[in-house]
Unconditional design. Sequence first.
Length: 177
Amino acid sequence: MEKNYKEYLKDIRCFIFDVDGVMTDGRVLITTDGQLYRAMNIKDGFALKTAVDKGYEVVAISGGNNTGVKSRLEGLGLSEIYLGVSDKISLMYEIFSRKEIETNQVLYMGDDIPDLHAMQEVILPCCPQDAVPEIKAVSRYVSHRSGGQGCVRDVIEQVLKVQGNWAVNGPTSAKYD
């Protein structure tokens, strides 16, 4: 019998998130001078910062390449930010080797086909409510929240609460907005 996804939460020590469609709602606003803008959810930022402050490995891997995204994530304390990545699996295993992380300690949240194979390599593949059907099919947990609308907060909060690490007063070492 397949385990309920909640049974895996106690062992998670690494979060991997896609950016567009997970940390953002997947929309790109294009200015007349060609700038591409994305919006991120402040509640997701609070959860990301809390996870970093509590010592979890938090990794962002994206096929997109936006300096604003990198700046935002660095401001939340993430040091493992990879943009413009086409081979997510190879990068993921390089990180696992360097950080001594096992696949049974990893939650990966993706939303679209480029995440599919990497998600199948970890114990807890998750996705936002508005992920494509192929991603939903391989996910052990589908958040009730959509991309950019708190799905990152949803999974981080669940893991940290189960492990007794959810911060009542929140992060103190840096702003999350």
